[in-house]
Design a protein around this ligand. Structure first.
Ligand SMILES: [Cu+2]
Length: 211
């Protein structure tokens, strides 16, 4: 079993660390240089400012380095974003309906739940729409979040690789009880999920309570 709930978690966390890492190095480097120059070129030491015009190599370097850094941040951000946009055609499809203040999950065989149940190691495709105002579907542990809008279908994709129960939150302020608009996604072993899915009731799965 994987160490993170989905492979997507690793790529999103890497982008986060990469950008924060570069930012911290730049912040510390620029601040240290600034403080050093304040003392080194202090006017009291008799330094006179001189205008410098044109330095090809310096200008090339300070254009090239930031450009490469910013493009690399974009590259890692974009490739990890593509992971939730390239939805496999064979993914297990679940319709998500948001309304003030709950989510309803509708499965292709007619089952309907207020908690999302999915089998492990299976690509899951959520087709989400809102019955009323704007909501957002957020699974922090999976690092995925998407607006859920009235009269529009938005898609979300994940492939759970670790059994467990993970929080689902509404992440778009949607009225009085927005802060209570929580549910969960439960990742079940394949067999356990299939047993539940095969039974034509909306009863919650009789599962060995997943952690
Ligand atoms: Cu909401």
């Amino acid at each position: 079993m994987s160490s993170t709930p989905t492979a997507h978690v690793e790529s999103v966390d890497f982008v986060m660390l990469y950008i924060v890492g570069i930012s911290v190095v730049l912040l510390l480097g620029i601040t240290a240089t600034m403080i050093y120059f304040v003392f080194k070129y202090n006017r009291k030491k008799g330094h006179q400012p001189v205008d410098i015009h044109g330095n090809f190599w310096l200008e090339l370097i300070w254009i090239a380095i930031p450009t490469v850094l910013v493009l690399s941040m974009f590259y890692f951000g974009y490739t990890s974003f593509r992971e939730i946009r390239d939805i496999p055609a064979n993914a297990f499809k679940v319709k998500v309906e948001a309304m003030m203040w709950k989510f309803t999950f509708k499965y292709e065989n007619g089952k309907q739940t207020d908690t999302l149940y999915v089998p492990i190691n299976t690509p899951v495709h959520l087709e989400m729409t809102s019955m009323d105002v704007n909501h957002a579907f957020f699974i922090p542990a999976f690092r995925i979040k998407e607006d859920v809008i009235h009269n529009k279908v938005n898609n979300l994709y994940f492939k759970p690789e670790k059994l467990g129960k993970y929080d689902v939150a509404c992440a778009e302020y949607c009225g009085l009880k927005h802060s209570m608009m929580y549910t969960a996604v439960k990742v079940l072993p394949k067999q356990e999920f299939d047993n539940w899915y095969a039974v034509k009731t909306n009863a919650v799965p009789n599962v060995s309570e997943v952690k």
